[in-house]
Write a protein that binds this ligand. Structure first.
Ligand SMILES: Cc1cc2nc3c(=O)[nH]c(=O)nc-3n(C[C@H](O)[C@H](O)[C@H](O)COP(=O)(O)O)c2cc1C
Length: 389
């Protein structure tokens, strides 16, 4: 391991008891032989390694499109650390040897509270695109959210695993008539909810894309848009208001989830306007920068609209470990969603890659729950976590 120095010049990996430290030659002689296998996959989910493999497979501009955030990328950088700003308070002697991850999201049964967030242009990551992600999510028993900006038509994705619940994410498109039509089609195609993305009144300024002058590869189909381009890019006119929540519920006949909420007052207005659930998100750090992290906004949103008598609250952004999921559940989330980790899974292993990310993180969650004396995802106590001081 490379040796690094702490603030006071102490090596971080120094043994805690200097008097018992072994000299280097003693260490080498006593330690069992441990051959290095730098190319062998570790026997656990190593997302940093997976990200690295995905980056090496993708063209630089595509890898940066998936990885990047807005402006100085402060929101992006802070997201994983914000979940790590909480510590678990394990409970002992609860007689628990296994943990149940199955739960219900807006009435649909899923095997895990970890779902796939909507992300665009999946055919850039793998030719099978959203069809492979849908197959991977179904194999893991996880819910998938299909983006408006998908490279496969929403009906085609829904047909991959019709028995496995999925939601359709709606952007405001240039053509209001086409936007309305997508909401109707989502209802007709069997999606179980419509996710309105509220945090994109205009596109965030993503510097990596500006540097690359990023453009979609030739031949990539925005399959949910008319071929003549009349739908236009997301988010030009007219801007949505709280009144659109009820309108889209009526058009689609589906429960409506509002995605991109970071404030308790907004969450309360969404619910008053008819939202069935609220999704706390910074859009993966791709919109407002610097914005509060999902981890820090979640308690305020749960306080405003969650709890036993409230609506379901979901969260995403920087979730990379099963323990991050457990923190989110303790803070009141019903489920969490993964964006980039499923990009890496798709790019490196198609449907199997997506499934292994979802099952790997689910296994980590179950393991941590058992260690913490929590039997199921519906009964994670709020006092399981405390902020790091
Ligand atoms: C490449 C990429 C494309 C995205 N496309 C969409 C989209 O089409 N619609 C949407 O609502 N959110 C979109 N998002 C945001 C994700 O749904 C999600 O909020 C975010 O990725 C979660 O953070 P994470 O990537 O750290 O897990 C996108 C995110 C990424 C990284």
């Amino acid at each position: 391991m490379a040796s690094s120095s702490g603030p006071a010049g102490t090596p971080f990996d120094a043994p805690p008891f200097p008097g018992r430290a072994l000299s280097q030659p003693q260490r080498a002689a006593d330690a069992p032989a441990r051959p290095e296998h730098p190319d062998r996959e570790p026997p656990y989910l190593d997302l940093a390694r997976l990200e690295d493999r995905a980056r090496r497979l993708l063209p630089a501009d595509v890898a940066d499109y998936y990885a990047g955030g807005a402006e100085s990328e402060t929101t992006l950088a802070e997201a994983p650390a914000a979940w790590r700003a909480w510590r678990l308070r394990p409970r002992v002697l609860r007689g628990i040897a296994t943990a149940q991850l199955g739960t219900s999201l807006l009435g649909s049964e899923v095997a895990t509270p970890i779902g796939v967030a909507p992300w665009a242009y999946q055919a850039m990551a793998h030719p099978e695109g959203e069809r492979a992600t849908a197959a991977g999510a179904a194999a893991a028993g996880a819910l998938m959210t299909v983006s408006t900006s998908a490279s496969c038509a929403l009906e085609e994705v829904a047909a991959v695993a019709p028995a496995s619940p999925s939601w359709f994410q709606l952007y405001r498109l240039h053509s209001p008539a086409h936007t309305d039509d997508l909401a109707r089609r989502a209802g007709d195609a069997g999606y179980r909810a419509l996710v309105l993305t509220a945090d994109l009144p205009v596109l965030g300024r993503r510097r990596r894309d500006l540097v690359h002058d990023f453009a979609l590869p030739a031949g990539l189909r925005l399959a949910n848009h008319p071929a003549d381009g009349s739908a236009g890019p997301p988010a030009w006119s007219p801007p949505w208001t709280f009144d659109d929540i009820g309108r889209f519920a009526d058009l689609s006949g589906l429960p409506v989830v509002v995605k991109g909420v970071l404030r308790g007052d907004d969450a309360a207005q969404c619910v008053a306007a008819g939202a069935d659930a609220v999704w706390v998100s910074t859009h993966g750090g791709r919109q407002v920068d610097p914005a509060v992290s999902s981890a820090s906004a979640l308690p305020e949103v749960v306080e405003a609209v969650g709890g036993p008598d409230g609506v379901e609250v979901y969260a995403d952004g920087g979730i990379r470990h099963g323990s991050d999921v457990l923190v989110a559940l303790a803070l009141g989330a019903t489920a969490v969603f993964l964006g980039r980790p499923t990009v890496w899974g798709l790019a490196t292993g198609a449907a199997d890659g997506v499934a292994s990310v979802l099952t790997g993180l689910s296994e980590e969650l179950a393991h941590t729950m058992v260690l913490c004396g929590v039997p199921d995802v519906g009964s994670v106590p709020r006092d399981l976590v405390v902020p790091v001081r």
